[in-house]
Design a protein around this ligand. Structure first.
Ligand code: PMV
Length: 323
């Protein structure tokens, strides 16, 4: 019987954003999404069976009753109540990048946890089921189970599917960190606020449906320029929806805007790149692999930029060891 599992997963950054839920309890997305898994956004998680309860959770060195740890315990409780898991567990999870600052920490964190738990589940789970279970924990985590360029299409109980494996992806990203503090309003709360209080929310959902289709076509044709343009427009539509909410939700800071302006300038000079921004101030530049180092070097010279990390396409969640 397996009593210890060590799993690894990579975060992903969406080109077409998931922003909004149709059903909060089942965590059903209102928009289909497409993302790229990135090797610089790594989480490793170890689970070990305990002889008795309660569960013990340490996420990024923090134990005790904080929000992240309670979310993990709720997942264990749900799995137990559904007969998917027995016993109590110690969960030790470590991110290898700044947490909670819009760097997709929930995607890699929950994907690594769900992948580890799937190994000790009471019944065999295939990748589709594992991705669904990850989606229940955090919408974007579904896409970190499959990795590469992955899509989640809205529906009854969606899971992610890989649309391009990492070896066939000639693009990567530069993650530009302009504020590494923990973000104020998490995505769960932010998207619900937009659904209820942004007059642009219906337009966002409708536009996103078109962007998703257009992105699938652009990916199929390997049309990087179209992919980039759709990525930027989709990101700006999501942020417009946030900013139009009452009260407004604005995740940007002056350095976020500075990077966006430089990105356009570099593109005009012939260095093709496109930005995207999640629920945080950090900017991600999508570019061909051979241009990533140059972009990162340039980004480090912008006032307010703390770090610029290059990131290549990564695979799905994996088990590294078990015993
Ligand atoms: O998976 P969540 O609940 O953290 O939501 C992710 C929201 C965005 O990062 C803004 C967009 C996305 O699709 O990843």
């Amino acid at each position: 019987m397996t009593t210890m599992v060590h799993a690894r997963a990579f975060g992903n950054i969406a080109l077409i954003k998931y922003w909004g839920k149709t059903d909060g309890n089942a965590n059903l997305p209102a928009t289909s999404s497409i993302s790229l898994a990135l090797d610089s956004l790594k989480t490793e998680t170890t689970i070990r069976q305990l002889s008795h309860g309660p569960d013990e959770v340490v996420v990024n060195g923090q134990n005790g009753q904080n929000g992240a740890n309670q979310r993990v315990i709720r997942i264990l409780d749900n799995w137990r109540s559904e007969g998917l898991l027995s016993g109590h567990w110690t969960i030790f999870s470590q991110n290898f990048f700044p947490t909670g600052a819009g760097l997709a920490s929930s995607a890699s964190g929950f994907a690594a946890l769900i992948k580890a738990l799937s190994t000790v589940a009471e019944r065999k789970l295939d990748e589709t089921e594992i991705s669904r279970l990850a989606r229940r924990a955090s919408g974007s985590a579904a896409r970190s189970i499959t990795g590469g360029l992955s899509a989640v299409e809205i529906g009854e109980n969606p899971s992610a599917r890989e649309i391009l494996p990492p070896r066939e992806i000639p693009w990567g990203m530069v993650a530009i960190i302009v504020d590494d503090n923990h973000k104020k309003i998490g995505s769960r709360e932010g998207m619900e606020h937009c659904r209820l209080n942004s007059p642009y929310y219906p337009a966002w959902v409708e536009q996103s449906r078109k962007d998703y289709k257009a992105m699938l076509t652009a990916v199929e044709k390997r049309d990087f320029t179209s992919m980039g343009r759709i990525t930027e427009s989709n990101c700006l539509a999501m942020h417009a929806c946030m900013m139009a909410a009452r009260p407004p939700l604005n995740y940007w800071n002056p350095a976020t805007l500075a990077v966006m302006h430089h990105s356009a300038q570099w593109r005009e000079e012939g260095l093709e790149n496109y930005f995207t921004i999640d629920a945080g101030p950090q900017v991600f530049l999508l570019a061909k692999k051979e241009n990533l180092e140059d972009l990162a070097r340039r980004a480090r010279n912008i006032i307010g930029v703390q770090q610029a990390l290059t990131a290549l396409p990564a695979g799905g969640a994996e088990i590294i060891a078990c015993g």
